[in-house]
Design a protein around this ligand. Structure first.
Ligand SMILES: [Zn+2]
Length: 73
């Protein structure tokens, strides 16, 4: 099981930090110490790590590449 934080999906720096979200149900949150980006809170720590590690950079392109019926050019 891998529960290590990879580099920040947004800025690429290994600056992910756990923040304790308090008493809510979704209390596990990883925030980038460099750019302050976060994938959002999760209910368990593993899920927060997964969100972080599997996040895609936002504000670049809309999701594509898995469109059905892709064309071979
Ligand atoms: Zn960052």
């Amino acid at each position: 099981m891998s529960t290590e934080l990879g580099p920040c999906p947004q800025c690429g720096k290994p600056a992910g930090e756990f923040k304790d979200g308090g008493s809510g149900r979704f209390r596990y949150l990883v925030v980038c110490g460099a750019c302050a980006w976060s994938p959002g809170p999760a209910r368990v720590k593993d899920a927060a790590v997964k969100l972080w590690n599997e996040a895609k950079p936002v504000a670049t392109k809309p999701p594509e590449g898995k469109a059905p019926g892709r064309r071979d050019e």
